[in-house]
Design a protein around this ligand. Structure first.
Ligand code: F6R
Length: 604
């Protein structure tokens, strides 16, 4: 999704900006751009492209770009289509002020009317442009020769942001001032310090490898990256004690498909090893709540699980384990729908987010002040920094936009937490706990077997069903979250309409959708006999039943446990991932980068 990179140093800025943008690419975007500021009074040069980095490279000057200050952006359209005119950086009326922005402005329409009435000429549909004009109005009059002082730009950015409503991480550069000015409100922004340069990025991944220290802007901070750096708090006072710094993480391994046709294929394939790694880190710590105690967390009776999308399905599995094993009625909150609830003492909030940057999740967390645990694949993320404790998924980078191994590891992490809590509360005998530990230990082998067993049949099925416009995905009990997750994979990758629901709900309305040949993907789960009854009801009305499960009658076989574990038929998800991916390939769509979607959803 939207990503910011800024550079101010002694070397040309462009290579560092482009490298940063390329590291942020996997998050998903639809247009991109850079602004280079020579800092000597010459104009700020802006280059933008609708499309990805190769399109931007095509409009950049071939050589001779020596500006040592610049800002850059990848955009995921919110206000206005992904066109060149709407790509960042945006400039004011005179091209003096260039701005890149993550977040969304709630008062864009009102501001646009005000600025237009004041004579500003707007040239895009994008809220960000309004910031450039607002800064311009607070800076004027600026002569093109003599640039403004850093103090003047800080004051103008402060006055402009005081007028905004919504969320923003901003990087601003102004003709005649060899500096970048940063501001943030409800959208993360980091400063990365190197020996002879300073960068800013919305995500640590955007930094050059030479960055050694990372500091985060606090809410309302305004920061100058220039000859003399300056850091100001939301009251405008200079921050004399530096914001806490931390060593930069070693650069992530370069994206490598490992010989697979696409990242999604590799990441589906990674799942048994990823699960094994996660289980090895948690399994010895289930007894008596050690997993939670080690994280410094309470072991109380109230749990709130917060997440979106696939992560919310992993949270649903966790809620079921908490209910069935620990007797705890956990609440699953869909982050984008969160509202403050009556404060219950001793509640533990667990946020599931593979990226740790999902704006809906971060915003939802403003509602509560309970101890917070992040279950995330990104221990450097905004969510992780905000949390009291972090349980890392440790599944390695996931580049495919669709969650695969991060989903299965979230299920396992959530289940381990639930079992550990159940043990802490005395709801599990030693024998029962050992039984669950055994079941967990068997998961990687069953995943590997399912991977082998299901890939071929899923491919054949995809060939037969790819052209079908609509599907039903269903299951019962512990299988329901996996039916939903499989349905989401088909929607987001293959662009197929899917109705996902518990099988018992069909007869309460959606059964009317079934006609001769309607494909119904049935994820086998206990109670099998009840599910079979629902299957017969659908078949009687002409549905084409496709069974995903361990039984002999399965269309896509799954290596399931003899006794269903409390987290249900997790392995079936691998078969469903194969089916979605194969359908997508058959239809000729991009498996790794589905249309309209982003890997990190950084807008609310
Ligand atoms: C679907 C998918 C999304 C994410 C959702 C939340 O394959 O990946 O539904 O699960 O956008 O993202 P995170 O987990 O990063 O908070």
């Amino acid at each position: 999704m939207c990503g910011i990179v800024a550079y101010r140093g002694l070397r040309p800025a462009l290579p560092a900006l482009l490298q940063g943008l390329s590291r942020l690419e996997y998050r998903g975007y639809d247009s991109t751009g850079v602004a280079l500021n020579p800092g000597d009074g010459h104009p700020v040069e802006v280059y933008r492209a609708a499309g990805r980095l190769p399109e931007l490279a095509a409009v950049l000057p071939a050589a001779g770009q020596v500006s040592c200050t610049g800002i850059a952006h990848t955009r995921w359209a919110t206000h206005g289509a992904p066109t060149v005119a709407n790509a960042h950086p945006h400039v004011d009326c005179t091209g003096t002020v260039a701005v890149v922005h993550n977040g969304t402005l709630d008062d864009a329409a009102e501001l646009a009317a005000e600025l237009t009435a004041a004579g500003h000429l707007l040239s895009s549909d994008v809220d960000t442009e309004l910031v450039a004009h607002l800064v311009e109005s607070h800076l004027s009059p600026i002569t093109t020769g003599a640039g403004p002082t850093a103090a003047a730009v800080v004051a103008a950015v402060g006055a402009a942001t005081a007028r905004l409503r919504g969320s923003w991480a901003l990087a601003v550069t102004v003709r005649g001032l060899d500096a970048v000015v940063l501001a943030r409100h409800r959208s993360p922004l980091l400063v990365g310090e190197g020996d002879d340069f300073t960068m800013a990025s919305s995500d640590q991944l955007g930094f050059a490898t030479e960055v050694h220290t990372v500091r985060e802007l606090a809410e309302g901070d305004i920061v100058v990256l220039g000859d003399r750096h300056g850091w100001f708090d939301h009251t405008g006072r200079a921050v004399t004690t530096p914001r806490p710094g931390r060593p930069a993480e070693p650069p992530a391994a370069p994206a490598d498909r490992g010989g697979a046709d696409d990242f999604t294929a590799k990441e589906i394939d990674d799942q048994p090893a990823a699960a094994e790694h996660l289980i090895a880190t948690v399994a010895g710590r289930l007894a008596r709540g050690a997993l939670l105690h080690d994280l410094g967390l309470p072991t109380g009776e109230r749990i709130r699980l917060v997440a979106c999308g696939s992560s919310a399905y992993a949270a649903r599995v966790t809620a079921r384990v908490l209910a069935t094993v620990a007797g705890i009625p956990a609440t699953v909150v869909i982050a984008s729908e969160a509202t403050a609830d009556a404060a219950e003492p001793d509640t533990l909030t667990i946020a599931f987010s593979q990226s740790g940057e999902t704006a809906d999740v971060l915003a939802a967390l403003d509602h509560w002040h309970d101890p917070l645990l992040a279950v995330t694949n990104n221990p450097q993320s905004t969510l992780a920094r905000r949390s009291d404790a972090v349980l890392g998924l440790g599944c390695g980078p996931e580049f495919g936009v669709a969650a695969t191994k991060s989903f299965t590891n979230q299920v396992l992490a959530g289940s381990a937490l639930a079992l550990s809590l159940a043990s802490a509360l005395g709801r599990l005998s030693v024998g029962e706990l050992v039984g669950f530990e055994d079941q967990l230990a068997q998961v990687p082998a069953r995943m590997a077997a399912t991977h082998r067993l299901s890939a071929g049949p899923a491919r054949d099925l995809a060939r037969r069903l790819a052209m079908h416009p609509a599907f039903i995905y269903t299951s019962r009990g512990a299988g329901v979250p996996y039916a939903f997750e499989g349905a989401l994979k088909l929607k987001e990758l293959a662009y197929r309409w899917v109705e996902a629901l518990p099988a018992g709900e069909l007869k309460h309305g959606p059964l009317a959708l079934i006609q001769a040949g309607t494909p119904v993907i049935l994820v086998q789960a206990r109670p099998l006999d009840r599910l079979a009854v629902n299957g017969r009801e659908m078949a009687a009305r002409g549905a084409r039943l496709i069974i995903i499960g361990p039984g002999e009658d399965a269309d896509v076989p799954v290596a399931a446990a003899d006794h269903e574990p409390p987290w249900g038929p997790l392995e079936s998800v691998i078969a469903l991932q194969h089916f979605a991916r194969e359908t997508t390939r058959h239809l000729g769509h991009d498996v790794d980068r589905p249309r309209n979607l982003a890997k990190s959803v950084t807008v609310e």
